[in-house]
Design a protein around this ligand. Structure first.
Ligand code: MN
Length: 207
């Protein structure tokens, strides 16, 4: 198990076939303003790859984009909506098909309102995630060891969580509903980018 840091793109051929866990780190929560700094990706076999983009990057990254846009690879995210918008805006690809562990958690863990990755991983897998570096400066020249570990840990448990959530969705007969939500996620991200970030177009409210 190792964390690999790459500049500007993923090397070719480092990922085994199958679903990949993906996360992003940015300069903040407003996607067009706050640039994409890091994409973390793992094939679930124990290694995490961090792809770092420096200020002024052209975000060419052909290998990374090929993986993200591969229609035969499911991308596992926790809160995919944010990552999909950042990937679409900066890398220009739609990272679908998607499985979002946060949406799956909301659909099956109806006994709690704690759907953060830390709470989910603790309950399903008994692992403790540190969130200390969550709000750190991802745009610096060097990433600290703590930042690299934090960034890698955000994709480390998504395959295991996914396997359990798939079973729970089936048990509660919500697999189809979950899939419909996942399929809508790229469009939800597009609405965010197009100027409807908080407005719920399904709501009765007019404004
Ligand atoms: Mn993260």
């Amino acid at each position: 198990m190792a964390v690999h840091l790459h500049e500007d793109d993923l090397p070719a051929g480092v990922l085994a076939p199958g679903p990949v866990a993906v996360d992003t780190e940015t300069m903040g929560l407003i996607t067009p303003r706050d640039r994409l700094c890091l994409v973390q990706i793992s094939d679930g076999r124990g290694d995490e790859h961090l792809v770092r983009f420096k200020p002024g990057s052209d975000f060419a990254a052909p290998n990374l984009k090929a993986v993200l846009a591969d229609p035969d690879r499911v991308k596992l995210f926790h809160f995919a909506r944010f990552d999909l918008a950042a990937i679409e805006h900066y890398l220009g690809v739609t990272a679908a098909p998607v499985f979002c562990t946060k949406i799956a958690s909301k659909l099956v863990r109806t006994y709690t309102d704690r759907h953060g990755l830390k709470d989910l991983v603790r309950e399903l897998l008994g692992k403790e995630l540190s969130k200390q570096q969550q709000s750190s400066d991802w745009g610096g020249a060097e990433l600290s060891e703590a930042q690299r570990d934090y960034a890698a840990s955000d994709v480390r448990y998504l395959h295991a969580a996914h396997a359990i959530l798939v079973e729970r969705l089936a048990r509660e007969n919500r697999t189809e509903l979950a899939q419909a939500c996942f399929d809508f996620l790229p469009h939800r991200a597009a609405l965010d980018l197009a100027g409807w970030p908080e407005h719920d177009i399904f709501s009765h409210e007019s404004a």
